[in-house]
Design a binder for this molecule. Sequence first.
Ligand SMILES: [Zn+2]
Ligand SMILES: [Zn+2]
Length: 237
Amino acid sequence: MLRVLLGLLFPPLCHACRKFIPNAGELHLCLRCREELHPITSPLCTVCGIPFATPGGIDHPCGACLTTPPRYSAARAALCFDGPARELIHRFKYDRKVHLAHPLTLLANETLSSFALSSGAELLFPVPLHRQRLRERGFNQAILLGRPLSKMWRIPLVVNNLRRIRRTEPQVTLSAAERQANVRGAFSLADPAAVRGKKVILLDDVYTTGSTVAECSRVLRKGGAEEVYIITVARAV
Ligand SMILES: [Zn+2]
Ligand SMILES: [Zn+2]
């Protein structure tokens, strides 16, 4: 009775396209939006995780990773950053729909749990926000994604060690080279001893050019982290 009443008052709407869905399920996405998600699967680059266009091949390092190996050990993303995935992340981050952390973590777990668990990572670091940006936004999206994933994967979440010590320009409007310069020296470790000899995962919502995670990785490696793995919900392809 209560369920019926609640259904009438708050009809279940798809998290991405806002259309009515009678059987919402845990993901709360309509069938069409589910079909329009593009999970990143093999063949992909074993280092940066970019998917290769030719189907049927095997995973191998891409040309860019061979020429300029990144500072992290390996990066993986669950979804291509387009269509409903882009919509979900935009609404989550910029429209402050924090409840969308739930479907996003379910989607991340679906594709990346085996990578996370087989990495042997002992600590999970969300990419930090500068405190001023945190005040403006009201939350750090990477922490909201990290809390449930930390429970699912049983890897402790570390929120106060890696810090963003310099406020940077939003990366969205910048070129790859500008992004790299923009984040240079923006992060530091409050307690490097806690990462020494550890395998860690660095978590963020989107991987665009990889400059932010590369700079965080540099700091974590300098602090003595043995391996740094990158996990993001989505990746620009
Ligand atoms: Zn939909
Ligand atoms: Zn690559």
